[in-house]
Design a protein around this ligand. Structure first.
Ligand SMILES: *Cc1c(COP(=O)(O)O)cnc(C)c1O
Length: 362
């Protein structure tokens, strides 16, 4: 056969693969453990699983043989009632990931720049590269905040987008009002990723009224336990959203995801209780982690906790805990080589994790 790889575009060829997260049943069989022994603290998912009401609604849905509505009328209305933003200012996609991609496709010409402050969500660099943009990464401060002074010094020539993640994944801290306002006043689109806003109870959605260059991202993957069903949404000015609606794949959000999402939004009390529980567990776990002098623990506004490991290898720690079925996130990038990110599981899962961590450290 003739070679074909020279036909692939340069950005795809040169791209670093997105580091995959293995499905729990696969990990269990690789480790020789039972699936119920896996404590999955590596992807910020909802540890309580999918709500039984969602599962029932999926079984009852009648229209799996019909294409979903490309105009997303009911879907946007349901999100609108939840987010208190008009349906014409909302676009849904297969995860917030797809919204990021659609925005990049809308905004970027080859060679345009996208600015972000790292470490942050690693998928950004992937989507930017695929859309033939150039990613400019400015390092965050030691506490992972963004320095306004440094931000002001960044040359914004040909910069179309700035990505701000709040709470930031993986550090869990919020973006400051001054940094956000500074970028909103520039000639670019501010993509504000609020994937974890339910855990921080902080949103900048009110800024949509005054700023038509703001795009806020949200997802049903984290608080609503729908990571496997894939729905997220963007909120922005009607100019921005109608352009994104025009170019998005017509049927991206599937019928099952739409049915599930409606049930989630009709049962907000159920999820608010889970969020309260997760925050309580996060606070307790943070205090327990702080008692290990080998760890530097970062206070989080989200459903995960970042720790710097001192005096031993973070990679090795993750590897050893994985053997026991406890999965943590190790990034291995130059900025995060000594760090681990721990998703907040159930209270019981965190007790087991802390015990195994103590055994490893001592
Ligand atoms: C998980 C996550 C998303 C994407 O979630 P989807 O599952 O694609 O909706 C976006 N941004 C951040 C920061 C995330 O952590």
């Amino acid at each position: 056969m003739k070679p074909i790889t020279h036909l692939f575009c340069k950005s795809a060829t040169e791209m670093v693969p997105y580091s995959p997260i293995e499905p729990p049943d696969q990990i269990a069989s690789r480790l020789g453990l039972k699936e119920e022994d896996i404590i999955k603290l590596d992807a910020n998912e909802n540890p309580y699983g999918t709500s039984p009401k969602v599962i029932a609604a999926l079984a009852e849905q009648r229209y799996y043989h019909i294409y979903p509505d490309p105009a997303q009328v009911q879907l946007r209305q349901a999100i609108s009632d939840y987010a208190a933003v008009g349906p014409d200012k909302i676009v849904a996609g297969t995860g917030a990931d797809e919204i990021i991609d659609i925005a990049c496709r809308l905004l970027l010409e080859p060679g345009d720049r996208v600015l972000s402050f790292t470490p942050t969500f690693s998928y950004y660099s992937h989507v930017i590269a695929l859309n033939k943009g150039i990613y400019t990464e400015i390092p965050r401060e030691a506490d992972f905040s963004i320095s306004l002074e440094k931000a002001r010094k960044v040359n914004l020539a040909r910069c179309k987008i700035v990505m701000l993640c709040s709470p930031n994944n993986p550090s869990g801290n919020l973006v400051s009002e001054e940094v956000l306002n500074y970028f909103l006043d520039q000639d670019l689109v501010v993509m504000l990723d609020e994937a974890y806003f339910e855990f921080s109870a902080t949103s900048h959605v009110s800024k949509l009224k005054k700023h038509n260059n703001l795009l806020i991202l949200r997802t049903f993957s984290k608080c609503f336990g729908m990571a496997g069903l894939r729905v997220g949404y963007g909120m922005g000015s009607s100019e921005l959203i109608s352009a994104m609606m025009k170019i998005k794949p017509p049927f991206s959000v599937n019928v099952a995801a739409e049915a599930a999402l409606k049930v989630c939004l009709e049962n907000l009390g159920f999820y608010r209780d889970q969020v309260r529980q997760i925050i309580e567990t996060r606070e307790r776990t943070t205090e327990q982690l702080k008692s290990f002098k080998q760890l530097q623990v970062f206070d989080s506004n989200s459903n995960f906790i970042l720790c710097r490991v001192k005096g031993f290898s973070a990679a090795n720690l993750c590897h050893e805990l994985e053997k026991t079925g406890v999965l943590l996130r190790y990034f291995g990038t130059s900025l995060l080589k000594d760090y681990i990110r721990i998703s907040v599981g159930t209270a019981n899962q965190m007790d087991i994790f802390i015990k195994r961590l103590a055994t490893f450290i001592h």
